[in-house]
Design a protein around this ligand. Structure first.
Ligand code: C5P
Length: 223
């Protein structure tokens, strides 16, 4: 049986809590990677903790969004962490994407399309004229042009994105029920994988409450 791939979002500033998340999500039924975002990466001991992790799939969700020079310097500065995946906002522009891809070397550079916490109304507020679906396809084409290694989009866009971006697709905004928190474009794990996602990103539905029970719930839901 093919094992499904899950990035557990370790969104916490407390090292012991993150240790607990890593220990309690161990399972032979899934391929688990660990995603560290701005919260943990900026916490007092976050960086040194990540550096010491061995033999795990690691994802630095830095969401770079800056000028080419700053993106490149930042990528060089985090190389010692030994992560496998690193994110950059596609809206950083083609030049920043290409330069970052070159600087990333063996790190898989992941393009973030439009955050799963945004809907069409929020896009309009920011000043975008395109509807989400069209914008995400547009961004996916740019990611292809920049030869990025993977892409983040919601489960709603996976099918259409796969037509223009042929590498790994990573999908946050995963929920079992109607407790969406701040997410807007949400789908269940099963539906998201059915749509063609290669990796799901799941944070709070696993890390809040009883972590072991939550993992078992996920496995039961998937198999
Ligand atoms: O707790 P939850 O499952 O909503 O966590 C989702 C994770 O995925 C968070 O760490 C968030 O920063 C990240 N993410 C996202 N939407 C994107 C890109 C990343 O929710 N487009």
């Amino acid at each position: 049986m093919k094992k499904n791939k899950i990035f557990v979002a370790c969104d916490n500033s407390n090292r012991s809590k993150v240790k607990e998340i890593i220990n309690k999500t161990r399972t032979g039924k899934l391929i688990i990677g660990y995603k560290f975002g701005l919260e943990f990466l900026n916490s007092k001991n976050g960086r040194s903790f990540i550096k010491k992790i061995k033999n795990k799939i690691l994802f630095a969700d830095l969401k770079l969004h800056d000028i080419p020079n700053t993106c490149v310097s930042t990528i060089k500065a985090i190389k010692d962490l030994g992560v496998n995946y690193l994110t950059i906002h596609i809206s950083s522009g083609l030049k920043a994407l290409k330069a970052s891809k070159k600087a990333a070397g063996r790190i898989k550079l992941v393009g973030v399309t439009t955050l799963t916490s945004l809907d069409n109304k929020s896009l309009k507020q920011i000043g975008y004229n395109k509807k989400i679906n069209k914008l995400v396809i547009h961004q996916a084409k740019l990611a292809t042009k920049a030869k990025l290694d993977a892409l983040v989009c919601s489960a709603y866009e996976v099918k259409s994105v796969k037509k223009v971006f042929k590498k790994e697709i990573i999908t946050p905004g995963i929920r079992f029920n109607s407790k969406f928190n701040d997410q807007k474009r949400v789908m269940t794990p099963k539906q998201a994988l059915k749509n063609g996602s290669d990796w799901l990103v799941i944070g709070r539905p696993i890390t809040k409450g009883n972590i072991k029970k939550n993992i078992q719930k996920l496995i039961k839901h998937l198999y």
